[in-house]
Design a protein around this ligand. Structure first.
Ligand code: AP5
Ligand code: MG
Length: 184
């Protein structure tokens, strides 16, 4: 059973690599950003609450995000070879809540895949893609939020979690092959 958190800055390749990994290993891929974007486009209650926050680059509240992830893990992991979380946890509070739910489900001992790239590469990628939150001002805030609120999770994980650091720069396929070999 694979229990993976893919971790890293905006634009580092979390979604791209999660997609490939989930296909190769039959994993349930949960991207909290995708859940929010779908809710926004469907104009659900969640979407209406999240729209301004996501488009500005701030974080949606821990309570809302934790509820989404707990429900999703309870309902979607059965019948797979495990899961990969992409974009969650993003705060220490989310990391703590994740530990609790995984313990409850008997799915603890997470592996943390930490993808790394420099800011210049990230900005270049995101400006090329052009999602509604991919403009210069929002990218700058997303990078700051990452440093201030999300990156500290690595310290939380360090004492007893396996953290695999992978260089996220290079061809998508080469990055993927490195990840696969580290997971084996
Ligand atoms: P989220 O959707 O998670 O966005 P993000 O973390 O900013 O990351 P991205 O999706 O932009 O990048 P990625 O790392 O997935 O890279 P990708 O593979 O797409 O979150 C969006 C927002 O939702 C947040 O700002 C927040 O508001 C909210 N949110 C989400 N989760 C939350 C949570 N847990 N708590 C609170 N709020 C939350 O690649 C990027 C681009 O680069 C693509 O165009 C891709 O094709 C390209 N690319 C990928 N790999 C390579 C490569 N090796 N070489 C060249 N180009 C590449
Ligand atoms: Mg993504």
């Amino acid at each position: 059973m694979h229990k993976i958190v893919i971790f890293g800055a905006p634009g580092v390749g979390k979604g791209t690599q999660s997609q490939l990994l989930s296909e190769k290993l039959n994993l349930y891929h949960l991207s909290t950003g995708e859940v929010l974007r779908k809710a926004i486009s469907d104009e659900t209650d969640l979407g209406l609450k999240a729209k301004k926050i996501v488009e500005s680059g701030h974080l949606v509240s821990d309570d809302l995000m934790i509820e989404i992830v707990v429900d999703a893990l309870k309902n979607n992991v059965k019948g797979t070879e495990g899961f990969i979380l992409d974009g969650f946890p993003r705060t220490i509070e989310q990391a703590g809540a994740l530990d609790n739910i995984l313990k409850e489900l008997g799915l603890d001992d997470l592996k943390v895949l930490h993808l790394v790239a420099n800011d210049d590469e990230i900005i270049k990628r995101l400006m090329l893609r052009g999602r509604t939150d991919d403009n210069a001002e929002t990218i700058k805030l997303r990078l700051k939020v990452y440093i201030d609120s999300t990156k500290p999770i690595l310290e939380y994980y360090k004492p007893d979690r396996k953290i695999i650091e992978v260089n996220g720069i290079g061809e998508i396929e080469d990055v993927f092959n490195k990840i696969v070999s580290y997971l084996q």
